[in-house]
Design a binder for this molecule. Structure first.
Ligand SMILES: [Zn+2]
Length: 255
């Protein structure tokens, strides 16, 4: 068990898909055309390539705990400073050198990071100053928690506003209008959308957003049903990606 399973997997890989993949690597090496950066949680149940059936060279993948991209203004008291965390650096690499056209942030239900963030919110005493995880979540999850409070104290379903500081990428969202999700899963959807606001806050993206050279999207994977949802700005809510909705969603993106 454990490592043995991983080593056996490598042996299986050598015998089966390796030769074909190496051929694909060669094809892509001199002429790479990745189309997207897929930012998602490190959760072991999330399998980006399988969920999207993507192939060699299709997309960059960036993963961390809670699919978070720190906001540009979340550094020090001086306001805007150039971020030195991994996520904005990866974003810059994918956009400038990879010339991708789409950034997708994908959250999911039953997210342990989000559950921990909500736990810290309900019980601030649980915060462990020695825990990098707690610091990461509290520092970068604060805006999502504030929006959750708005959503929970808002029985009239006023949409939440996501406004980027450069006004280039703003939208409003109805979170779980059927009230079918747990509070943690509501927070997870809010947090997924919050990352679009955070991404658009970074100065180096301004020109790309102005020229509409990159598109920002939110997806949300429901672990319980296997459904992938996509946020529709037009409908102001997450919509399951299926045979009925895919044309509508594609239309919306192309407009
Ligand atoms: Zn997660």
């Amino acid at each position: 068990m454990g490592l043995q399973r991983i080593l056996n997997g490598v042996i299986r890989f050598r015998k089966t898909v390796r030769a074909d993949l190496v051929k694909q690597f060669e094809k892509v090496r001199d002429d790479p055309h990745p189309t997207a950066l897929f930012i998602t949680c490190m959760d072991s149940r999330i399998l980006p390539a399988r969920f999207t059936q993507s192939q060699v060279g299709d997309m960059f993948v960036l993963r961390n705990s809670g699919n978070i991209v720190p906001h540009a203004q979340n550094y020090g008291s001086a306001g805007y400073e150039v971020s030195i965390t991994t996520e904005p650096a990866a974003l810059e690499l994918a956009v400038k050198r990879g010339k991708i056209k789409h950034v997708i942030v994908c959250g999911h239900s039953d997210c342990k990071a989000i559950n921990t963030l909500y736990g810290l919110h309900k019980c601030p005493k649980a915060f462990d100053p020695e825990s990098p995880m707690d610091h990461w979540l509290r520092r970068h999850g604060y805006s999502s928690l504030r929006k959750l409070e708005l959503r929970l104290s808002n029985p009239d379903e006023k949409p939440l506003e996501y406004i980027s500081n450069n006004a280039l990428f703003s939208f409003s969202a109805l979170i779980d209008p059927e009230n079918a999700l747990s509070v943690e899963d509501k927070l997870s959807q809010i947090n997924t959308l919050q990352q679009l606001e955070n991404i658009s806050s970074h100065g180096f993206l301004k020109e790309f957003l102005e020229r509409k050279e990159i598109n920002l999207h939110a997806m949300w994977f429901d672990i319980y049903t296997g459904d992938m949802q996509m946020f529709s700005k037009r409908s102001r809510r997450f919509v399951t990606i299926d045979e009925d909705s895919v044309d509508r969603l594609t239309n919306e993106i192309n407009q």
